[in-house]
Design a protein around this ligand. Structure first.
Ligand SMILES: [Zn+2]
Length: 371
């Protein structure tokens, strides 16, 4: 059977059941399937329990007990889709496109890593110490797996991350850091007609805060502070005593993120409306993955590996996050978007390009031969 047909058969198996991030049985089932595959090619495998809210991840290594890895290959097992999706729109093939929940994000990459290792020449496999880590909670911020991933990455020299290639087949050399903040405003309610002067308006405080905070946006430097969700008040004819705003913030480097955080804290300590208090909390964060000198060395290898596989590697600086950021935080260079290319992520139109499967597997195999 041609490698693409075999790949599609295995992809079908792992896409044909629900495995949304909080479906612990589903993500664990995906880990078990990949464990079976890695067992079959002689890797030492282990299902790693990442807690009752996350389920299990998979660790597969070719040199059991090794204290050092030449490379870590990371891709996630979970999808963003709710239970019922796999039945409602199952794995299907339409010309050059595969559809089905998670087919490109990120099961396409999970299976591609396996095929690259399965077809790796024996001398390369013997020479290298390789770690494969598949985690079950990337789409909800890797809250339960990031420490595990960073612990493995600290033992490694470099990382390849198997998120899908972009629709135009690009790979990813940098990612922005992300932090989400909630600011709650507490004021005092009063009748808007009879006694507006007795109220302390939480909505007005929110608007003043939001306008000031949005001035922190500096797009040429890659910084954005976006007030994405706002809620305030509960009764139409009363001064609002409560309001809440959510800020999505993005930065190119972690130091910029630190600056944004202290600026937002500073704004929260000010008085925007007398009698209204603010409370700022960090909802979640993911570090930035900068394109460093070491990243460029890894990129050069991938460019060569891609050319040998028959295509030209192009690069993208992504605004969204992934676990590649945790690899970077652990101090190693990472390149992301190594999986087969596709588009429509996180939507029913998600697709994987079949024409990129074989060349991506070859690229991964080639780059492993070069390190
Ligand atoms: Zn993903």
């Amino acid at each position: 059977m041609a490698i693409v047909d075999e790949y599609l058969q295995d992809l079908r198996e792992i896409v044909s059941f629900d495995s949304g991030s909080r479906n612990t049985a589903g993500v664990t089932h995906a880990a078990e399937i990949m464990k079976r595959h890695y067992d079959s090619i002689g890797f030492a495998t282990e299902l790693v329990d990442l807690g009752p809210e996350a389920g299990k991840g998979l660790l597969a290594v070719n040199k059991p007990g090794a204290a050092h890895y030449d490379v870590i290959l990371n891709a996630h097992l979970d999808t963003v889709f709710p239970d019922g999706t796999a039945a409602a729109r199952p794995f299907s093939i339409d010309g050059n496109l595969v559809h089905g929940p998670g087919c490109m994000d990120c099961k396409g990459g999970v299976v591609a890593f396996y095929y690259a290792l399965k077809t790796l020449p024996k001398e390369t496999l013997d020479r290298l110490s390789i770690c494969v880590a598949c985690n079950p909670d990337e789409e909800t911020g890797s809250v339960h797996s990031s420490e595990w991933l960073m612990g493995l990455a600290r033992k490694a020299d470099r990382a390849l991350v198997g998120e899908p290639g972009r629709p135009g087949n690009e790979l990813i050399r940098s990612r922005k850091g992300i932090a989400g903040y909630v600011v709650e405003f507490t004021g005092k309610a009063s009748h808007a007609g009879n006694h507006p002067e007795l109220g302390c308006d939480a909505n007005v405080a929110l608007m003043r805060y939001a306008l000031e905070a949005s001035k922190l946006t500096d797009l040429p430097r890659g910084v954005s502070v976006s007030p994405t969700v706002m809620r305030g008040g509960s009764i139409r004819n009363a001064i609002s005593d409560h309001a809440e705003i959510y800020f999505d913030t993005r930065v190119r480097e972690d130091s910029q993120g630190d600056a944004i955080r202290s600026a937002l804290e500073g704004l929260a300590a000010r008085t925007w409306v007398p009698g209204v208090t603010q409370r700022l909390t960090l909802d979640h964060m993911r570090p930035a993955m900068p394109c460093t000198e070491k990243t460029r060395e890894l990129m050069a290898l991938l460019e060569k590996a891609a050319l040998e596989a028959g295509f030209e590697a192009k690069w993208e600086d992504a605004g969204g996050g992934s676990d590649a950021s945790f690899m970077a935080k652990a101090g190693i260079p990472a390149v992301d978007g190594c999986g087969p290319a596709g588009g429509g992520a996180h939507s029913p139109s998600e697709y994987l390009r079949i024409d990129t499967i074989e060349e991506r597997i070859a690229m991964i195999r080639n780059v492993l031969a070069m390190i």
